[in-house]
Design a protein around this ligand. Structure first.
Ligand code: NDP
Length: 444
């Protein structure tokens, strides 16, 4: 059995009931075969892959909080500090009832390579809780966030581990967590990113993941002599990533015709009204059905269905494993030319393979959505310098990072004979830097 397959087998055996983590490890390690083949003896001796797939530290803790009726609830909190070879652990906090250790490990593992690809000095980590913010009052959200941070504060710090937002964790939750950290530590530091602008947040961080997704997609298309302007795009999700992907796509002259949340989806033939979408999701925190009140000509349907609409470009921006083989077949039959992942691992393995077989340009999440964490790293730099850069400065840096990132993964794929396979390119380019740092730091 090859070294890579031995390690995958061990991961499956030693981490039972963690299918998302298995999926992420398999996807990354199998694509690293050409690099492993070059260095196999040394990597085996140093158990490099075994160390790579084992988090440096994983925390699981109780989060008790009191609701508005005086009832106590207990959720589980997680922080997986996966790899600090190239910088402090960095990655978001997901608040969603589906959260478990396997999901946090899959996200933390992916984060190692994504962070490496940004070219910035940040290691990989991820955290969260099975707490469901939906339907909770502000006071209940605050009670949860304060309790969560009371334990998490013991393990993080501006030079150790700098968490950020993710599904269910936006500016409001980061604000409550930051307030509690400051109170516990009596220190005002850049311990979290995604903060509000008056207390160390960076301009353009809110927009960064969605904007970055469009910058890299545009660069990839440009390099294949295709203009993004005039294209029809299907987006899934209606959260932070989806909203700003839609906004930037429209600024670049494309037409986005769909969005979705966990209950249903919208098809707006004339193009999604992004101001209305922001009002519904960012201000009212309401369901997508409300979209019809402002845009009566649009269609709303329950359940899933975004990928049935014909488009040139598909941008899955909701959650993991939301684009299946049947969806991929329908997209290809409808003439899709490019898919770029705004969410983390939204495309299943067989769907990804199908896109490759059909010659669809496919940008994987760890490259395509790296703009968020890259801008978080820019927020860390501003906090360290006690400076505040303008929106245009941050946006220009984000664009440069995404353009450079595209060329790095394109070059890495070509170097190993996988021209145009950005999945392989991203894994290899992200891994090589981490491997070099791990080798230089000895057996730790
Ligand atoms: P949000 O919570 O802001 O939005 C998530 C969106 O996806 C919502 O519309 C939500 O619908 C929908 N959704 C979530 N879970 C499910 C599900 N199980 N089934 C169907 N729909 C679902 O999160 P973000 O936009 O921040 O994150 C979206 C994705 O992007 C995630 O995979 C995240 O890890 C990834 N990501 C985010 C970054 C960021 O900067 N925010 C950076 C890099 C990656 P509803 O509101 O009904 O729950």
């Amino acid at each position: 059995m090859s070294y890579v397959n031995e390690v995958i087998t061990r991961v499956i055996k030693e981490n039972p009931n963690e299918p998302e983590f298995h999926q992420a490890v398999k996807e990354v390690l199998l694509s690293l075969e050409p690099v492993v083949a070059k260095h196999e003896a040394q990597m085996r001796r140093d158990a490099l892959l075994e160390r790579l797939v084992n988090p440096e530290r994983q925390l699981k803790f109780r989060v008790p909080w009191i609701d508005d009726n005086g009832q106590v609830h207990v959720n589980t909190g997680y922080r997986v500090q996966f790899n600090s070879a190239i910088g402090p652990y960095k990655g978001g906090l997901r608040l969603h009832p589906s959260v478990n250790l396997g999901i946090i490990k899959f996200l933390g593992f992916e984060q190692i390579f994504k962070n490496s690809l940004t070219g910035l000095p940040i290691g990989g980590g991820k955290g969260g809780s099975d707490f469901d913010p939906k339907g909770k009052t502000d006071r209940e959200i605050m009670a949860f966030c304060q309790s969560f941070m009371t334990e998490l504060a013991k393990h993080i710090g501006e030079d150790t581990d700098v968490p950020a937002g993710d599904i269910g964790t936006g500016a409001r939750e980061i604000g409550y967590m930051f307030g509690q950290y400051k109170r516990l530590r009596n220190k005002f530091t850049g311990v979290l990113t995604g903060k509000g602008l008056p207390f160390g947040g960076s301009l353009a961080r809110t927009q960064a993941t969605g904007y970055g997704l469009l910058y890299i997609t545009q660069e990839m298309l440009r390099c294949h002599d295709i203009d993004l302007s005039g294209k029809t795009i299907c987006v899934s999700g209606a959260g932070n990533v989806a909203i700003y992907a839609i906004e930037k796509a429209q600024q670049l002259g494309a037409k986005v015709v769909t969005c979705s949340d966990s209950t249903g989806w919208i098809y707006d033939e004339e193009g999604i009204d992004v101001a209305l979408l922001k009002e519904i999701k960012e201000v009212k925190r309401a369901r997508l059905t409300e979209y019809l009140a402002g845009r009566p000509h649009a269609q709303y349907r329950d359940g899933k269905g975004v990928w049935s609409i014909p488009c040139d470009i598909a941008l899955p921006c909701a959650t993991q494993n939301e684009l299946h083989l049947e969806d991929a077949k329908q997209l290809v039959a409808n003439g899709v030319i490019a898919v770029a992942e705004g969410a983390n691992m939204p495309t299943t393995e067989d769907a990804t393979n199908y896109f490759h077989e059909q010659g669809v340009y496919f940008l994987p999440a760890k490259a395509a959505n790296a703009g968020g964490v890259a801008t978080s790293a820019l927020e860390m730099s501003q906090n360290s310098e006690r400076l505040h850069w303008t929106f245009d400065e941050v946006d220009a840096m984000l664009k440069d990072i995404m353009v450079q990132l595209y060329h790095n993964i394109d070059d890495a794929a070509a170097k190993y004979g996988f021209d145009g396979n950005y999945v392989v390119g991203a894994n290899i380019a992200g891994f090589e830097k981490v491997m070099e740092a791990m080798n230089a730091q000895g057996i730790v």
